[in-house]
Design a protein around this ligand. Sequence first.
Ligand SMILES: N[C@@H](CCC(=O)N[C@@H](CS)C(=O)NCC(=O)O)C(=O)O
Length: 204
Amino acid sequence: MYKLRYSKASPYVRKIVLAAHHLGIENKIDLDVADTNDPADSLRSQNPTGRIPVLIKQDGTILFDSRVIMDFLERESEKLLFPKSGDLRDIALTQAALAEAMIDSALLWVYAGRYAGDQPVPQLWREHHQNKLKNGCDYLEKNIDDWLSADPYAGAAITLASCLGYLSFRNVYNWSEKRPALSHWYQNVACNLPGFNVTAPDAN
Ligand SMILES: N[C@@H](CCC(=O)N[C@@H](CS)C(=O)NCC(=O)O)C(=O)O
């Protein structure tokens, strides 16, 4: 068994749990809620920057961040998250990297409000990240059919599904408006990923 320091709202955690479902090893993972805001949570002794996800192996070895954990889980299974080698691997990892960069912008946007205290969040900062999300979604709208619809690379599809789910959950960016191809992909591919419903950030 592995222990996963976890929060249901976290898109990076969701990526890991969806990956475990895809690999068929979700039953090997114990979810252990972490409070990233609580300095007393043991999380900081596991990951000095206090971020989740963190995976703790049976022998006590600690792994972070989500890319490292995904790589480890893939090696623990018979299935693949990304092509093993070659150009297709580079392409699939690049697809996942775009979705991760969009998650990063979404988190920075959310945290700007959360940690502003009584100061207003600079409009420039909000726009900076909204523009990245808009450009990322415009790019996906044009390319999603070639990329991910026919036979998606699981690791890339999982990361993008987590990203789009988080954008909606936190009302960061209305990615589906006037983006029929991306909306179609979400309904037909993302929503059918194993574990999609149970890992939704607003699911009980
Ligand atoms: N690059 C990291 C990002 C992890 C990350 O930012 N996690 C967020 C939750 S989604 C977090 O722990 N935030 C708390 C903080 O930054 O203090 C990964 O892939 O695991």
